[in-house]
Structure formats: C-alpha cells, structure tokens
Design a protein. Sequence first.
Length: 267
Amino acid sequence: MIQVVLVTGASSGIGREIATTLLGHNYKVYGTSRNPERYADLPFTMLQLDLHKSESLKRAVADLVKLEGRIDVLVNNAGAGITGPLEETPMAESKKAFDTNFFGPMQLINTVLPVMRAQNSGCIINISSIAGYMGLPFRGIYSATKSALEIITEAYRIELAPYNIRICSVAPGDFATNIAAGRYHAPVIPGSPYAQTYGQTLALMDSHVARAPSPEPMAKKILEIIHDSSPRPHYAVGTWLQKFSIVLKAFLPQKVYERMLRNHYKL
C-alpha cells in the first residue's frame, strides 16, 4: 500500500525538498500553501492551508481524507522566521510567530490524530530548529517558538504511545532556503541601544544562510524516520558544529556556554 504524506509549507525550501524526495520514493505526496494555485507546476498536489485559520486546517485534512481515505504521515514543516530585539519586537508579531510555528502545527496535529487513531497507525514529524535549543540573541521569539514545538513533541509521544502513532521532531541548522526573505525583521531603529549590535547580527545571520548547503540532508533524514518503526524523540540535521552546539549546552557550565554564544555573535 502506498503511504499518503502531507507536507506543510511545501512550496519552497525544506518542505519542497522533502515532498519531492518522498514522491521519488513512491509516496503519495500532498503539499500545502496559503496560495496553492501559484504552484501548479509542482510534481505533487498542493492543498490550500492557512495555519492561522482553524477552518482552513480542518478543510485541508477533510479534503485529503476524502481524496485518499487516510493520512499516514504528517510533516509539520511550515514556519516563519522573526528577528529583533525582544524589547523592540511588536507583541503582535511575536504572537503571530507563535501562531505560525507552534499553535498552528499543534492544531494540525490534533486535526489528523482522529484519522490516524482510526487507522491504528501514523507518523508525525515536527520540523523545529537547532535555534530552539538555545536562546539566540535577536532571535529570541523564533528560538522560543521552536523550543515549544520540541517540548510538546515529547508530551505527545507519551500520550500517543497506546495508539501506534509515532511522533518526533527534527531540528535543522542553516540550509539554503528563502526563509530570510519571508522573515519578519523588527526595524533597526536609529538611536536605539540595539542599533549596532542588532544590525551586525542580522548581517551575520544572512551570511550564514548565503553559505548554507542545500536542504537535501533534511529530506533524507525524514525518509529515514518514516522507515523507522521506533524513532527517537529528537533529531538534529546540520553541520557538525551546529549539532555539537546542542551537546555543548548539555555539558558546559551555563555561563561558559553563554559566553561562547556572545563571542560567536561578537556581542
């Protein structure tokens, strides 16, 4: 039986790479976008889905069940970046980031669970971020949204264990995607106490993305997890240094790790 996969945010970047790779391995793949009509050239079917609208979530899942009768895999990939000094980031934008990166994915999980429970099988993969393992300067809101997604994945695993539904998170490092173009940037305010440090950190972040590799390793990891009957709670995919930064945080004294981050960002 060909498995049915739903990949959110599949119009570009990591989501598109995941969807295309799974399609090439004989999965029936559906992607999502707020404007699917713009992506008629993609080799997989796109469904309309807006993570900020409950009815849109429910309709997308209902449409997929009507088309295929089941949902075997959900890849919660859609997300949005946000940067800015915590003091100067508009609260409305912070809440919007949580809606996109945390509450939207959580509601989508809750919407597919009755389908998977009826099947007595399912696999849910939440795409978080290595940034979710640490409070990064001028990316604090983004780090918080992805950290929340990591933690809630652990709780879901325990609650869903009796129903043969596997769930885990995958934290990517920097990959060559268009996330910077769609990221909300709090403006660099002339005269702000953060003007210099925030400005130089933005430039550093953009340079990391510009030099980043293709998201192909993410797609390979997702394929590997789907094939795994008992996946781990968390995975990280990125450069050796990015993955090692998680290990360092677990073992280094807190102030030493904090100083390491400050040195990295020249703060």
